[in-house]
Design a protein around this ligand. Sequence first.
Ligand code: F6P
Length: 557
Amino acid sequence: MNAQQGTASDEGRTKLTRTPEWLALAKHREQFGRTHLRRLFEEDPGRGTGYTLRAGDLHVDYSKHLVTDETLALLRELASATGVAALREAMFNGEKINTTEGRAVLHTALRAPRDAVVEVDGENVVPAVHEVLDKMAAFADQVRSGEWTGFTGARIRNVVNIGIGGSDLGPAMAYEALRAFSDRDLTLRFVSNVDGADLHEAVRDLDPAETLFIIASKTFTTIETITNATSARGWLLDGLGGDQAAVARHFVALSTNAEKVTDFGIDPANMFEFWDWVGGRYSFDSAIGLSLMIAIGPDAFRELLGGFEAMDTHFRTAPPEENVPLLLGLLGVWYIGFFDAQSHAVLPYSHYLSRFTAYLQQLDMESNGKSVDRDGQPVEWQTGPVVWGTPGTNGQHAYYQLIHQGTRVIPADFIGFANPLPELPPRLAAQHDLLMANFFAQTQALAFGKTADEVRAEGTPEELVPHKTFRGNHPTTTVLAADLTPAVLGQLIALYEHKVFVQGAVWNIDSFDQWGVELGKVLAKRIEPALTEGADVPGLDPSTTALVATYRRLRGR
Ligand code: F6P
């Protein structure tokens, strides 16, 4: 290689798009042109079985992607040139790969077996992880058995998690996903929005004597969470006669910040700890999962962790050709870098996964929504996509039209299960085949479409032919598992965590900081006095000044 071309692993990393590996892909893309999946399957009917992989309990079919063996080889070369494997090892080994915050990135240590050794600054963190897990399990058992009672001695029947972002989305998503495994006598609610309506609706029908609040905040300074927690404390004390001692029986905290937890009035004995090497959006299998553990029980929670761990091992040890997170990450790099794909749809065909894509939005977009590289240089390539989607079949009757016949390339993941959950009564379980028929039909239609000749052959009037033609060639991944269990959910989440990691590594961005959320927070603090007291806010722009004035007028101030 000539020195001017640079390599992806030296200072020329910022010039990803000028590396030989990227240029080779660009050339390949030109040759690929408009090659249709119909042709790829004609040339190689074995694709349907050959382009599939297994990771844990997940069967992953990538045959309906706009790739050939050559594309995949070139993408793997790009991964190798950009040092994905080395960064992966650095992450698993506790190196401080979150450079802008000077932190290790060790969510994988949260599910490491008891006897594993993972060191941060020379200290093995695994014993502390299991100590907290054991403490969570003991507490969850106490709540589930009724041994932990409220201030009046009443049994806890309601658990309200107050948190936002990574301190909400994970447990809220997983509670929905694993409802069938949960204690149905417990009511779980999740409050995140600083809009008072959220807390109001969550508690309006609850009895404070039977309600446990879990205040989940890594920093314990997040304004939404602290505001809601303060209001929840007021609601509780109003309902229980005002004795402050009630707080200790009805509030627990999940945090890294013991000092702030104590300042809030929560007994530090009722704090479940985690650490700065757990990123907020990667924290759901830490103490942040306590509400879920109470709902499904410690055993099922450990099965979930086992699922995460199985995918970690797969990611770390499977060869590149068989490595599913690597493959999915690279496919995304291919579409974003060479097909101008701007978004990525995740479409679960399970009602229980109704919050799954919302969870992935933070995981992916807060991680890879970056425009400078790890050295602070502007990137010259596109980074993370807009992630979106809702469960099928609802989306089919809403936005699938655009995926089928719109102008954009929208790679999509279809996630489905062979079996309905066992608790469904036979009449409802029988609907599962119809659900899954839709699942398979959609990826078929997206890939192969319907040609104008096929439309004509149905006797369609000529003027309608273009409208009824489906060009097809829309790339999809199909992820199929036998059942939605805690272990499978863990595998799915870890699969996406590692996919996001791979993309961040290739794009040479820090996937683990989130400076982009800071400015809005600072400005909101500055603007609030203008709304409440009409205070002058220095530096407020004319548009916002006028909006604030209108707000105050409409608010009768
Ligand atoms: O939105 C920014 C963010 O820091 C997320 O990364 C995090 O998950 C969320 O806020 C909540 O933070 P905390 O758990 O500290 O309250």
